[in-house]
Write a protein that binds this ligand. Structure first.
Ligand code: NDP
Length: 475
């Protein structure tokens, strides 16, 4: 039997779809699943692609059935399962083999694994894959952390299976070590912010304009033809239009209001804090998911603090809808500005020269945050590869200036009407602060010097370590 071009371990949702995608592109795949039933079930469902797979029932069999040098993809849950698989496989791998962790691993783990395995004859690659099951099957966005040599060897397969934007493959080398997983983490952080802001605008449309879900589905479909055009806006319109078969109600009316999280959004927020870079929209989105999960507490508090019935609204309905569209545009720009700032800082901290323009380019198709706006970001980096902040890109600045008044309108009304808008509010506050020439931090410096003699700098003199003539009570 001809040997396989590549191996894949873990035939769950992502692994099975990725294996089918690889086979569809003409590469033979040796597949292995922890439980044999998983492998058998996969082969039974492989249909016309069946002959493109070699089912394997042990690690030895898997390795023996792949052409050397062997690329092997791990598509198992992040954490201990990845380490277990590495320890099982590593004694069988030879010179030039490439072990690719394609799950949602913490990039710190990928950094560690990359360094730990540096002395072995094979290469370790940490690879972020985005696009869910459908992306895995028909073309995901792929963010690779690898040495240039290892990347060069797997690039043809990755280019073949990745999503395409105007024929350009949505895959790129982000840098060595955990660079690929770091970029994937921030992708997910931005995704959290995007999703939360969409949910908030839905609530504003419901509470201030009494728009039903069917009407909102039409509004979101229309927005999907403009600057907000994106996968998340498109699927929100679809989700809003679906009717529950059991009750005949819109499905969103019967879905419980608690959103889960697996960790990548939180990792983005934590990383932003560790790097000292504000990512307030992502922070707020993570916090909002936590808040949604405290359902029982929310019921109790709601009893004690009932909402008022009075509702302030827009006089002209279309004005409200347009303001909501602009609020989402402004919020999105702020979330991406933060996200890209964290990427830049993380790249610097880890010694990776992250290709910022390529990141925007490979996110334009295949991944969950794919959107028309990413074209504008890619263009901004094409025009200035040293861009300090997305806010400084001329085209993005124009868009932001146009959109911010809409965000202010929406927030004024949502705050008056007690409609929670944590991510949109965070976005506006972050923008309002980043454009301040003088923040209120001089008060904090005064306080710190008062109680702790921390010293401060002055606006009118060079130097540092000045102290105030504080009254008695200061430290
Ligand atoms: P599934 O739960 O569908 O599949 C997990 C697979 O891993 C199964 O084949 C399972 O085998 C195997 N597995 C579980 N534990 C171990 C272990 N200890 N050792 C060996 N194999 C093990 O998960 P997904 O396919 O959804 O996710 C896989 C990875 O991809 C995760 O890291 C996830 O975060 C990431 N990811 C998921 C996305 C999604 O939309 N689902 C999107 C992008 C990335 P068995 O059949 O025996 O249980």
């Amino acid at each position: 039997m001809t040997q396989a071009d590549i191996g894949l371990v873990g035939l769950g949702v992502m692994g099975a779809n990725l294996a089918l995608n690889i086979a569809d592109n003409g590469y033979k795949v040796a597949v292995y699943n922890r439980t044999a039933e998983g492998t058998q079930a996969f082969i039974e469902k492989a249909g016309h692609l069946k002959d493109m797979f070699i089912p394997c029932y042990s690690t030895e069999e898997l390795v023996a059935n792949i052409k050397a040098p062997r690329p092997i993809i791990l598509m198992v849950p992040a954490g201990a399962p990845v380490d277990q698989q590495i320890s099982v496989l590593k004694d069988h791998l030879k010179d030039g083999d490439i072990l690719i962790d394609a799950g949602n691993s913490d990039f710190h783990d990928s950094n560690r694994r990359y360094k730990e395995l540096a002395g072995t004859p094979f290469n370790f690659v940490g690879m972020g894959v985005s696009g869910g099951a459908e992306g895995a099957r028909f073309g995901p966005s792929i963010m690779v952390g690898a040495s240039e040599a290892a990347y060069g060897r797997i690039e043809p397969i990755l280019k073949a299976i990745s999503a395409k934007h105007n024929d350009e493959p949505c895959v790129a080398l982000m840098g060595p070590e955990g660079a690929g997983h770091f970029v994937k983490t921030l992708h997910n952080g931005i995704e959290y912010a995007d999703m939360q802001m969409i949910a908030e605008v839905h609530e504003v449309l419901t509470e201030t304009l009494s728009l039903r879900l069917q009407e909102q589905a039409e509004i979101f479909s229309k927005w999907n033809e403009g600057p907000l055009a994106s996968y998340l806006i498109e699927i929100t319109a679809s989700v809003m239009a679906v009717i529950d078969e059991e009750t005949g109600k819109p499905i969103l009316d019967v879905i419980l209001d608690t959103a889960g999280q697996k960790g990548t959004g939180r990792w983005s927020a934590v990383e932003a804090h560790l790097l000292g870079v504000p990512a307030t929209g992502i922070d707020a989105a993570v916090a909002a998911r936590c808040m949604s999960a405290s359902r029982a507490l929310r019921q109790e508090v709601a009893e004690l603090y009932p909402q008022s019935d009075a509702v302030l609204t827009w006089e002209i309905k279309q004005e409200g809808i347009d303001a909501c569209e602009r609020a989402l545009i402004a919020g999105k720009i702020a979330a991406y500005a933060d996200g890209f700032a964290v990427l830049a800082a993380g790249g610097k901290e880890n010694g990776w020269d992250l290709p910022m323009g390529d990141i925007a380019r490979i996110w334009r198709q295949g991944c969950i945050i794919r959107s028309r706006f990413l074209d504008e970001i890619a263009q901004a980096y094409d025009e200035n590869s040293d861009l300090k902040s997305l806010y400084l890109a001329p085209a993005i600045a124009e868009r932001m200036k146009d959109a911010v008044p809409g965000l202010r309108d929406v927030l004024s009304l949502s705050i008056t009407n007690s409609v929670p808008t944590p991510a949109l509010s965070a976005a506006l506050n972050s923008f309002d602060m980043i454009r301040q020439k003088r923040t209120a931090a001089y008060v904090i410096q005064g306080q710190r010097d008062f109680f702790g003699q921390h010293g401060f700098e002055r606006t009118d003199k060079e130097g540092s370590g000045f102290h105030g003539p504080w009254p008695a009570g200061g430290a």
